[in-house]
Write a protein that binds this ligand. Sequence first.
Ligand code: AMP
Ligand code: MG
Length: 358
Amino acid sequence: MIKTKILRVDPVNPELKLIKEAANVIRSGGLVVFPTETVYGLGANAYDPKAVVKIFKAKERPLDNPLIVHICKLSELEEAARKVPEEVYIIAKKLWPGPVTVIVWKSDKVPREVTAGLPTVAVRMPAHPVALKLIEFSGVPIAAPSANLAGKPSPTTSEHVIRDMYGRVDVILDAGETLFGVESTIIDVTRKPPVLLRPGPIPVEKLEEVLGIKIKIPAFARGIREAEKALSPGVRYRHYAPETPMVIVESSNYGNYRDYALKVMEVARKYSMKGLKVCILASTETKDYYDASEFRVMVLGSRKNLYEVARNLFKMLRMLDELNVDIAVCEGFEEKGLGLTIMNRLRKASGYNIVRVG
Ligand code: AMP
Ligand code: MG
């Protein structure tokens, strides 16, 4: 057990004294959990291999799953990377600070512990004021994965972080709830055309527009099983998973709410008829079609505002395990814009347990 200090900070106008205290911990080789605009991160000095190894221990994460290097200025990218492709400067200009991570060739400064021995490194400039100030005061880039125990849904509130990381890290910077609630979009710009490794808050369509090129979307970025033999080691592991078994009901027509909800209910009923307690993860538009005396119903958010669905997603997955149900039957979403991001997380969370209803 490590003694963990929780520092409550204002997300918009953080108390600089507290951020300095956390930055001192980073500088002396310790671990700091910090908020970002995506999810909470578990950070250490990216240039200190001993500190970086502590991250893997605290998370119980396999050592061959690489981390993201968080920077607060472009000169830090140029120090951590070499042969930086033009696309990165376009992304930096248009979308940083923000929830997009680029894969670039790594420099010798970045220890192998950060990249799991890969010749590339993942870099991003986060938009959260607390994260930016922490990196600035630390004077070094901060390597960080999400601040959850390996395999669990990423933490979007300080309660999640405290549950997973209390006693495992030196400092937790508590700034309330994160904004997007899903991890950054990751794009590999060392390949031509660039490859989407993980969909996130910035839709792939937006990246294509900014870069003016088509981006390759491999099956694993959609959360389809082929991920197992993926290009990127990080996408190989089971992720985001609640303890409660989950099944995703996918359709090619989510637009007819009533029809779709009836199909979802049919799937749910198969389980309830076996005596299982079922929770339906629904949308605002479909929730009223489900019989609340027969099923627990939780609402992820509106199909007309997928940012809401994304923001609630991990919180709902964690809440599921407190409901004492035997199985969750979860609605699917059209794979457009943020819908791709949501489906990637849901498919993985379910362990690829998918039912197609046409
Ligand atoms: P986390 O958000 O906790 O999963 O941690 C960062 C993720 O970034 C990993 O799971 C990997 O998928 C990805 N990543 C980090 N570095 C690289 C890299 N060099 N190449 C490909 N993917 C990477
Ligand atoms: Mg993670």
